[in-house]
Design a protein around this ligand. Structure first.
Ligand SMILES: C[S@@+](CC[C@H](N)C(=O)[O-])C[C@H]1O[C@@H](n2cnc3c(N)ncnc32)[C@H](O)[C@@H]1O
Length: 221
């Protein structure tokens, strides 16, 4: 789907579902909380950090970080952003391929459930890398292309919902190209409510991993 259509799609979802995580297209609340709790737990305690939630939707994912950090939220769905602002994110409407922030502004950049919608994902990662501070962390969460469950689901799809899915090593290569190191993965296995950690895609269990988060630290130059 083209960018404009995704904007309309998420504006419409926010109009219908309001501040709920249904606006951000999560399958259900249980799946959202499984992902959010494990992902934020993986990052550890965060205080006094400058954080960007890129493609923040209604802001539910980064909301727990708001109290003790400064959290900025960017999205092109203005209706979603209105709910993110109510959750305490400092919001602005932007396309992720051209962010208005200075280079190296953020200690942590989150991009959750977004790049599967974006054909030009390399331009987005380039921007996310640019605004990450040296020594800061970039964390991207997306759909796993090699998942057996997703391959089966695709057979029954009437219309293709997402533009892309990713292999773990594919994104690892892109992060390394943009100057990140210490790359690790958080692997999520729906519908088994199981989550594991690792630094590579390496065994047969990973074919049951439906979504994954990848994080890396930006090298000091
Ligand atoms: C599946 S939702 C995820 C929202 C949020 N990250 C979460 O996990 O709750 C994807 C979000 O990305 C936004 N988005 C997609 N492509 C974008 C782009 N090129 N620029 C800005 N926002 C974009 C959509 O408007 C939508 O709010």
């Amino acid at each position: 789907m083209a960018n404009l259509s995704w904007k309309q799609y998420f504006d419409k979802r926010a109009e219908v579902h309001g501040a709920s995580v249904q606006s951000s297209d999560y399958y259900n609340e249980e799946s959202f909380f499984l992902q959010r709790n494990h992902t934020l737990g993986w990052l550890g305690e965060l205080h006094d950090k400058e954080i960007l939630d890129a493609g923040c939707g209604v802001g539910a994912f980064s909301e727990p970080l708001v109290g003790s950090n400064t959290v900025y939220g960017v999205d092109f769905s203005e209706r979603s952003l209105a709910f993110a602002a109510e959750r305490g994110l400092r919001t602005s409407s932007d396309d992720l391929t051209a962010l208005h922030f200075d280079e190296g502004k953020f200690d942590l950049v989150l991009c959750i459930g977004v790049i599967q919608l974006i054909e030009q994902y390399r331009a987005v990662i380039k921007e996310l890398a640019r605004v990450t501070k040296p020594g800061g962390t970039l964390l991207i969460e997306t759909l796993h292309r090699r998942s057996w469950q997703r391959k089966v689901l695709r057979l029954f799809e009437k219309t293709k919902k997402f533009d892309r899915m990713y292999a773990m090593d594919e994104l690892k290569k892109v992060l390394i190209e943009h100057g990140f190191e210490h790359i690790e993965f958080l692997k999520i296995y729906h519908p088994f409510s199981y989550v594991s950690k690792g630094n590579a895609e390496w065994n047969v269990h990973d074919r049951l991993c439906t979504s994954f988060a990848i994080k890396g630290s930006k090298k000091h130059v």
